[in-house]
Every structure is written in structure tokens, then in C-alpha cells.
Design a protein around this ligand. Structure first.
Ligand code: HEM
Length: 461
């Protein structure tokens, strides 16, 4: 008996309503066409051969997208079990880990992808900086990237509280405590964030809403715009030292499919395999349930905020919570607009570390940043007590304005001196950026590894 079939004309009409181009007859051909169309919405049809050089971009932007997607998929799965109340949050994580099939793996994947996204986004920013890829016409994409980095940090921060264990509770207490130091608005902002005077049920609800809706939504919008702009502004191209700027009309190009797509697929799958292997063997941390009356000793912020917690041990809180972030944000926002004088300085886009001189400056300032910061932390911890030495001055002056002003003067003087010795603006900025990055990473490492009970300084072992 013959089966009733859909009217062939009607089937064709349905198909055309979905895909208007002539459509292959076989199902594999159709699938390939849909996939190709999707890829060519994201990429141009052809790419310069130079853009395929993996030692230029290291695929870090792609990796960031990959981790973001893993976070969304695993985050949705976690939502089926997690309960955002102080009474049930910890228990729901325990149930997830012990009673739900693959629950521990899903939690691990989510936890490690969040950390990896932060590291990869920061490395991607360093790559963009050190190859001068943020020079015109990509100034605005640099700003979008800065926004993304902040959103990634905030997403990690709000997610940290959700398991409601000791680590989560006290790390959040420390960081929100820092916000309270901001003059005039700090206390109000802190209370608003916490939903009360201290971390509690309202805080968990607020953080949960930000973590699962507000930040991912903003990130999805900005990431889409960021990638669209990479296409519109054109991808920067790698160049060797002393090589003249690339003439884009003359360069060799290949088709995106399969050349770029194969590379992305291979790189993406390899990373995914490594992530799954890591998440299979290394569990996300979970301490005993939060106990608001028993802080651990030492009570530390999450690792990515340890640089700020370390700074709090040396400066007045106002400097750490407002002045340093304010100066850093202003400098990073202004950077792409002030990094090169096109009338007098060479185009260095695509050249790692700008020039031979830039390479030397990067190496020297990395070492300088590590050595000066370590020496200063030890000096300030063991011998130098500015508030006591200058006890006739308010602490804001003796422990804030004076040391910060001294550092600022040193940086301005150093920038000027490098200029006098023939460095271009871009090379001078590179030197300062490297020095400050090395200093911040050193502070972070000291905070994580060298602070023990009562935050006393000691050896990491
Ligand atoms: C969630 C975070 C981020 C995602 C998903 C992302 C994604 C991407 C992707 C896919 C590309 C093209 C490929 C590549 O360069 O690897 C790219 C390029 C770029 N990104 Fe990002 N990015 C992020 C964060 C940032 C940050 C923090 C900055 C800088 C502050 C930044 C600035 C740029 C710039 C200027 C380009 C153009 C680079 C060039 O043409 O060489 N991005 N981004």
C-alpha cells in the first residue's frame, strides 16, 4: 500500500521559504550549504594567507568565543539543579556533584571555562596590544574589548558566590568591602549590591540575576558587535621587523572555506578536548558550607582580585578602589587614540613589540616590574611605615597621596626620559604598559602564594 506523501509542490514551497537560493538535492549537500552560508556570515569569503599565521593571533579571540559558548551550555544545565537561596544553594551543589549523572563534570567544565575565559581574554588583549593591532582603524574595537574584559571579570566574580561555601562567602565579603571604601557613594553602592548590610540571601539573589541574565546578555551583544567590527575594520596582518606596511590590494588570499575554517575547527576541537580532559581530572573547589561567623584565616579574594587585595595592604583604600582603577581605565581608553603620531612615527601595526628597541624595552621592563614590585612589597612590609613616620598628616595623605604621587611622578619622568633617549610614543607607552602589567602580576602572585595567616608575608612553601 503506498504511503501518502506531502504534495511535492508544497514541500518545495516550504523549502524555498527557508532557503531561497537554488538548493542541492541531496541531504549532505543541503547541510553543507547551510553551514557554508552560516560561516560566510561570520567571515569574508577570502582571507589573506598572512592572517592564517597561528603564531600571530594564537587563536585567542576564537578560544574566548569557545569558552563563552561552553559557559552558556554548561550554565543552562546547572540551572536545572542549582537553587539560589542561602538554605539550599550549597546542598544543591553537593547533590549535583554526588547524585546527578555527569553533574560533577558539568560543574567542573563551567568553573574551569570561566577561569580560562578570563585568562584567554587577558592574553588576547596583550596580543592585541603588543602587535599594535588596536591602532586605527581598530580603536573602537579595543574599547569594546575593554568592556568585554570587565564583563568577564564581573561574571566570574558574581559566579564565585553561588556555591555558598566558605570560599565564596568570604571572598565576596572582602571584595564588596573594598567597594565600601569608595568615598561618598561606596557605602550606598555596597548596600545596594548586597541588598543589606552584609552578604546574605538578597546578595545571592542579586548576584544570581546578574550572573545568569544581565552579564551574559551584555556579553553576547558586545561579542557579536566586536566580531562584526573585526570584519569591518579588517583583521590586522603580521609583519616582520623592518618590513614595510602591507599593501592589502596586492596580498595573496585563499578561500575561507576550507583554509581558515579547517584551522579554526582543528584548534577549537583540540582546546575542547584539553578542557574536557582537565575538567575530568581536576574538580572545581568546594569548601564547607558558608559560615558567616567563622572567617577563614587568611580570608582571600578570588585570585583575579588578589592584586587589588595586596595593594590594600600598602595604600589607603581610596587609592586602591578609586584612584588606581580610575587612572588605569582612563589610560586604557585613551591609549588607542594617543599611541602614535602618524605625521612623525612609523606604522608598526602587526609587528610584535613594535621594533627592535620595543623588544628590548619589553624585556627590560618585565624584569624591572617584577624586581621593583617585590622589593617595594618587602620594604613596605618590614621597614617602611609611612603613616607612623608621618603621623602628623592624615592617613589619606601619608599612606595615599604621597606614595601614589611619588609613583605617578616616577612614571611620568620615566616616560619623558625614554622620549629624550629617542623612543617613539608607542615604544614609551609599551615600556610603561609592560612595567605596570609586570607589577600587577607580581602583586597578584605575592597575594596568592606569599600571604599566610593574618595576611603575613612569607615564602610560598
Ligand atoms: C570575551 C572576550 C573577547 C572575545 C570573545 C573576543 C573575540 C575576538 C575575535 C574572535 C577576534 C578576531 C580573531 C583574533 O584576534 O584572535 C578579535 C579581535 C580583536 N579583539 Fe577581541 N575578543 C575579546 C576581548 C578583547 C579584549 C579584552 C580586547 C582589548 C582590550 C580586544 C580587542 C580586539 C581587537 C582590537 C581585535 C582586532 C585584532 C586584529 O585585527 O588583529 N578583544 N576579538
Amino acid at each position: 500500500m503506498s504511503q501518502p506523501t506531502l504534495n511535492p509542490n508544497l514541500r518545495e514551497r516550504v523549502r524555498r521559504s527557508i532557503q531561497r537560493d537554488p538548493f542541492p538535492d541531496d541531504s549532505r549537500g543541503r547541510a553543507r550549504q547551510v553551514l557554508n552560508d552560516l560561516i560566510l556570515h561570520l567571515h569574508a569569503t577570502k582571507v589573506p594567507v598572512r592572517a592564517l599565521k597561528i603564531s600571530y593571533s594564537f587563536g585567542l579571540g576564537l578560544l574566548a568565543i569557545l569558552f563563552f559558548l561552553v559557559l552558556i551550555v554548561t550554565g543552562v544545565l546547572l540551572l536545572f539543579v542549582y537553587t539560589p537561596t542561602p538554605e539550599d544553594a550549597y546542598a544543591s551543589i553537593r547533590i549535583l556533584e554526588t547524585e546527578i549523572w555527569m553533574g560533577q563534570l558539568v560543574r567542573n567544565l563551567h568553573h574551569w571555562s570561566g577561569n580560562a575565559l578570563l585568562i584567554v581574554a587577558a592574553l588576547h588583549m596583550l596580543r592585541v596590544f603588543y602587535t599594535a593591532a588596536f591602532h586605527p582603524p581598530r580603536e573602537f574595537n579595543w574599547l569594546l574589548g575593554l568592556g568585554l574584559l570587565v564583563l568577564v571579570a564581573l561574571s566570574n566574580f558574581t559566579g564565585y558566590l553561588l556555591p555558598w561555601d566558605q570560599l565564596a562567602f568570604w571572598a565576596t565579603t572582602i571584595v564588596t568591602g573594598m567597594i565600601g571604601y569608595i568615598p561618598a557613594i561606596g557605602e550606598g553602592l555596597k548596600q545596594w549590591l548586597l541588598g543589606g548590610p552584609e552578604v546574605g540571601g538578597a546578595t545571592l539573589r542579586t548576584f544570581f540575576a546578574f550572573h545568569i541574565v544581565v552579564f551574559p546578555l551584555f556579553m553576547a551583544i558586545i561579542v557579536s558587535y566586536h566580531i562584526w567590527r573585526v570584519r569591518k575594520d579588517s583583521f590586522s596582518l603580521p609583519r616582520d621587523l623592518d618590513e614595510p606596511p602591507v599593501d592589502r590590494r596586492q596580498i595573496e588570499r585563499v578561500t575561507t572555506i576550507p583554509h581558515l575554517v579547517n584551522l579554526e575547527l582543528g584548534f577549537g576541537l583540540l582546546t575542547l578536548a584539553l578542557l574536557i580532559a582537565w575538567a575530568t581530572w581536576v574538580n572545581a573547589p568546594l569548601e564547607p558550607a558558608a559560615n558567616p561567623s567563622h572567617p577563614p584565616n587568611p580570608a582571600k579574594a578570588a585570585w583575579y582580585f588578589m592584586g587589588f587585595q595586596e595593594l590594600l595592604l600598602h595604600f589607603h583604600p581610596l587609592i586602591v578602589t578609586l584612584v588606581i582603577p580610575g587612572f588605569t581605565a582612563a589610560a586604557l581608553i585613551a591609549l588607542p587614540y594617543m599611541d602614535r603620531n602618524p605625521a612623525t612615527e612609523p606604522d608598526v601595526e602587526g609587528i610584535w613589540f613594535r621594533s627592535r628597541h620595543g623588544r628590548r624595552l619589553t624585556a627590560i621592563n618585565t624584569v624591572l616590574g617584577i624586581v621593583i614590585t617585590t622589593a617595594w612589597v618587602i620594604l613596605d612590609e618590614k621597614w617602611l611605615d609611612l603613616p607612623e613616620l608621618l603621623d602628623f598628616l592624615p592617613v589619606l595623605i601619608s599612606d595615599g597621596v604621597i606614595p601614589f604621587g611619588a609613583i605617578l611622578l616616577f612614571l611620568i619622568g620615566y616616560h619623558w626620559l625614554l622620549g629624550r633617549r629617542g623612543a617613539t610614543i608607542s615604544e614609551r607607552n609599551l615600556a610603561l604598559f609592560t612595567l605596570l602589567c609586570a607589577a600587577f602580576l607580581t602583586l597578584t602572585a605575592i597575594g596568592i602564594f606569599c600571604r599566610g595567616e593574618n595576611m603575613a608575608l612569607g615564602w610560598p612553601w
